[in-house]
Every structure is written in structure tokens, then in C-alpha cells.
Design a protein around this ligand. Structure first.
Ligand code: SAM
Length: 321
């Protein structure tokens, strides 16, 4: 699947729910999100139907996100079903980790090989503040369980926030010295509608590099192409884990974008920050053929923007990052 700018699209991020069991400061809008009526969400069968069309077209990796994907009933069976789609190489999940300890083993059995866990702090009180009530110990126990089970790729995502968690940049990085984890620093996207003025809270990924180099000199790390995603990846000498920098604001990676997104309500979204969407649910819910879906995906690719065109308020909690 090539877009008009010659980029090969092989990665689909699927948000399966707009519901979440946390209310993170940087994700939950101040005017609480109106959850979509359940009947508006794609059923698992509908998502599988889309994947059965898009995988033969070139999708190789699917990441299931949310909202919090692990709160949707039946998610493990759904993931196992995705794993059986011929040609789909990787099934990944992004989670806040609250339900991970219990679900780690079923996820592995379902064939999930790549799990990203949001982890903005190692301080239980600060975690409770950032997530508005979350229990850090549950998340850490979940990560431990993933490592015990030998999940091939475990990443933790820290959204950098000036004056909130910036003092913990080093302590998070040290996790990569002890464990085979990729610690990723993510630049805060503009989310003024969440009550976090960007100018006040933004901290560039580059600005934390000297602090990490003071721990030990970082070296560029080699990782499998689509495992790096948009991150620039480093490693402390001899460390089992790696460090990733996601610099969508200071050093955009749109020229190597390989992804599109599917929202819980069945919009194929061509750019996280753009309004270019194609309504696949409308096709699914009327008499249709596989060719109708193929045509819609081609039409969608044709309007994928060259680059993020500024940033504006959108429901990150629903689209899934
Ligand atoms: N509930 C899951 C979780 O917490 O990981 C999946 C959904 S969450 C929207 C996906 C990712 O988006 C998380 O890693 C989160 O940190 C990131 N994210 C949410 N809001 C963000 C923002 N304003 N700036 C940067 N990253 C953000």
C-alpha cells in the first residue's frame, strides 16, 4: 500500500474503545469525553473484516489501543483471532498496565508479542495524581509479569511534562540498565483542552539527552525497522534495554510515516493530527463486498497528508495515540 508520497503503509493502529479506567491529565479532556454509544463502536467481527481486507493489501503489524483496550470484554479472544489472520506478522497492544498482571499470560497465549505500557513516573503518589487515581504497583507488577513470561518487546512510554515528572527522567532511564525494556520519552502533544497549557508543560526529548548521557554515554542502537517505529533509539553500553526518543514536535518523522489508524467508531484516520478520515463503518453496515472496502482503503490512502498540518484539539483518549 503506497500513499501519494511513496510511503509504504504497513502498520494499522486500532483503537477498540474510547472507555478508559484512568483519567490521565494529558489525555482526558476537561469537558469529560462523551463516550460513544456502544452500538456505534465497531464490533470485533467488523474489525476483523477490515483486517482481512487490509492485511492482504499490505498491513503487517496491528497495534490494539484505546481508551484502555484491556477493559473491553473479549479482548483476549479478539487478539487471538487477529493473530490467526494469515500474513499479519505482529499483534501489539498499548495499555496503561492496570489490568496487565492478570492478563499478561492470556495475552501471551493469544500471540501478542509487543506490549507498550504507559509509565510516566515511578512515584506512587505522583502516579495517582497524573492518572487521577491509578495504582502504580499494579502497573509495575504487570511489567514484571511480562518480563517473567519473556514477552519479546516490552516498551514503557513516559510523556515528558515540565514540572510534573521531569525530575524522573534518569530513574526511568535506569530501568533499561536493569531490564530488557525500551524506555521511551514522548514529547507532550498540545492538549490545552485537557487543561495543560502546552507552553507551560512542554519539554523536548532532546533536552533530556544530556542528562541521560551523564549516566553513561548513549550509543545509537539497532532495532528491527518496524520495532523502532517513530523513535530514535539508543542504548547505554552493555545495557539489556534501550532508550527511545519520540520527537513529533521538535523533529517530525512524517516523511517515514508507515501507519494509519482505525477509530472505535470505524473511521480510518490518515494522520493522528489531521481530519482526513474515511468512514469504513458506513460501508460495513450496508450491503457491501470486499471490493467496496478495498476501494475505500485506496481512496483513504490517496488523501493521507504529507505531514501533520499543525495541531488541534482531538480526542486522544478515543483515537489512542
Ligand atoms: N490506555 C492506553 C495507555 O495508557 O497506554 C492506550 C491509549 S493511550 C491514548 C496511548 C498513548 O498515548 C500512551 O502512551 C499515552 O501516554 C499517549 N498520550 C496520550 N496523550 C498524550 C499527549 N497529550 N501527548 C503525548 N502522548 C500522549
Amino acid at each position: 500500500m503506497l500513499d501519494p508520497f511513496g510511503r509504504s503503509i504497513s502498520y494499522l493502529r486500532v483503537s477498540i474503545t474510547d472507555r478508559c479506567n484512568l483519567k490521565c491529565l494529558y489525555c482526558t479532556p476537561l469537558n469529560a469525553l462523551d463516550y460513544a454509544p456502544r452500538e456505534d463502536l465497531l464490533s470485533y467481527e467488523e474489525i476483523v473484516e477490515i483486517l482481512e481486507v487490509m492485511v492482504p493489501m499490505g498491513i503487517r503489524k496491528v497495534r490494539v489501543t484505546g481508551g484502555e483496550p484491556l477493559v473491553r470484554r473479549g479482548v483476549v479472544e479478539f487478539l487471538a483471532r487477529l493473530k490467526r489472520i494469515e500474513g499479519l506478522r505482529k499483534v501489539a497492544v498499548t495499555t496503561n498496565g492496570i489490568m496487565l498482571k492478570e492478563l499478561a499470560e492470556p495475552l501471551v497465549q493469544a500471540g501478542v508479542s509487543h506490549i507498550n505500557v504507559s509509565l510516566d513516573t515511578l512515584d506512587p503518589d505522583r502516579f495517582r495524581e497524573i492518572t487521577r487515581g491509578g495504582d502504580l504497583h499494579r502497573v509495575l507488577a504487570g511489567i514484571d509479569r511480562l518480563l517473567e513470561l519473556g514477552v519479546p518487546t516490552v516498551k514503557v512510554n513516559m510523556v515528558l511534562m515540565a514540572g510534573v515528572n521531569e525530575s524522573e527522567v534518569e530513574s526511568l532511564a535506569r530501568l533499561s540498565l536493569q531490564r530488557p525494556i525500551q524506555v521511551r520519552y514522548i514529547e507532550l502533544m498540545p492538549v490545552d483542552h485537557c487543561g495543560m497549557p502546552h507552553a507551560k508543560y512542554f519539554l523536548s526529548a532532546e533536552s533530556v539527552l544530556p542528562r541521560l548521557n551523564a549516566i553513561a554515554r548513549l550509543e545509537p542502537a539497532k532495532v528491527e525497522d518496524d520495532d523502532a517505529g517513530p523513535a530514535t533509539v539508543y542504548r547505554f553500553p552493555g545495557a539489556p534495554g534501550t532508550i527511545g526518543m519520540i520527537t513529533h514536535l521538535t523533529n517530525s518523522f512524517c516523511d517515514r510515516c508507515n501507519r494509519v489508524r482505525l477509530t472505535p467508531e470505524g473511521q480510518l484516520r490518515l494522520c493522528l493530527f489531521g481530519d482526513e478520515n474515511v468512514d469504513l463503518r458506513a460501508i460495513l453496515r450496508r450491503p457491501h463486498t470486499g471490493q467496496d472496502l478495498i476501494d475505500a482503503v485506496h481512496a483513504a490512502l490517496a488523501i493521507k497528508p504529507k505531514a501533520a498540518d499543525g495541531y488541534h484539539a482531538f480526542a486522544m483518549q478515543s483515537v489512542g495515540g
